[in-house]
Design a binder for this molecule. Structure first.
Ligand SMILES: [Zn+2]
Length: 278
């Protein structure tokens, strides 16, 4: 026992010493390798290369479906297609409040789709409760307030038609007084190039966003695909983009088919998440 133990004890250092040396060498080499890796990855050139390889984050895109409030079929579409979307509900209709509530429950951001006088009025009529030129300040503000109050849970509003009103500074000031009071943003559908909404919004402290693309001037799948590509390009170059569509059956069918892929290329957002224009 003693002999064997002494022998093994005596032999151990001779056999273990090279192992120990090797271990120390490996640790040192490992440390050196780790230092080289850390040092290289921390160098600005490497960091730049790494950033260039990193794919750009998907740009934010807000899609708003206008002209809601006529019936429940379209609401069912939103309940089935759960994307981060926005919808503008016409005020004062029998289905207005119910539509707004169900949309909110489906995670949709709700706007009041305020009817406003177009330039070719009365050939085109924005419908009951519309904001018309020639209305006195008190009446106009009352009408706007009633419209907003008929759409429960709204975050903002946009114009239904409105090419005449959005070009009139005085009327836009009155409308924005009420928007400010209610804490609402305005999405300018830009039905006229002469719109003064952005300027008046700045003056009144109301956030004004504007529509960049109408997705369904032709409610047809191929056209909508092209417009979604255009929206993506705009969002990439401008930082974000807002697109408007309408609840035509063809549009909704095309969006249901195309949003799965589109929503992977962009970050679909609510309008309230977007910054006002600089
Ligand atoms: Zn409309």
């Amino acid at each position: 026992m003693i002999k064997r133990s002494r022998t093994s004890f005596a032999k151990r250092p001779r056999r273990k010493l090279p192992d120990l040396v090797l271990a120390v060498v490996l640790v040192l080499m490992g440390g050196t390798a780790a230092w080289v890796v850390l040092h290289k990855s921390a160098s600005p050139v490497r960091a730049k290369e790494r950033d260039a390889r990193k794919p750009a984050p998907p740009p934010p895109v807000a899609i708003c479906i206008d002209d809601m409030g006529y019936g429940s079929e379209v609401v069912e579409w939103f309940e089935k297609n759960r994307y981060t979307l926005n919808a503008a509900v016409l005020p004062g209709l029998p289905a207005t409040a119910g539509t707004a509530r169900r949309l909110r429950e489906a995670g949709v951001e709700v706007l009041c789709h305020l009817p406003m006088q177009p330039a070719d009025y009365p050939a085109h009529n924005p419908g009951p409760g519309a904001i018309l030129l020639g209305t006195a300040e008190d009446d106009l503000k009352k009408r706007v307030r009633e419209a907003f109050e008929s759409v429960p849970g709204l975050s903002g509003f946009n114009n239904h038609m409105g090419s005449a009103v959005t070009a009139e500074r005085l009327y836009m000031r009155w409308i924005f007084d009420v928007a400010k009071e209610k804490g609402l943003y305005f999405l300018d559908s830009r039905t006229t190039a002469a719109t003064v909404a952005e300027e008046v919004g700045r003056e009144k402290g109301v956030k004004v966003l504007h529509r960049r693309v109408f997705l369904d001037d032709i409610p047809q799948a191929q056209y909508i695909r092209k417009k979604l590509d255009e929206t993506y390009d705009l969002a990439l170059s401008q930082g974000f983009a807002v697109a408007i569509a309408h609840p035509h059956p063809e549009t909704l069918k095309a969006l249901a088919a195309q949003l799965p892929a589109f929503s992977r290329r962009v970050k679909l957002v609510h309008l309230s998440a977007l910054p006002p224009p600089q």
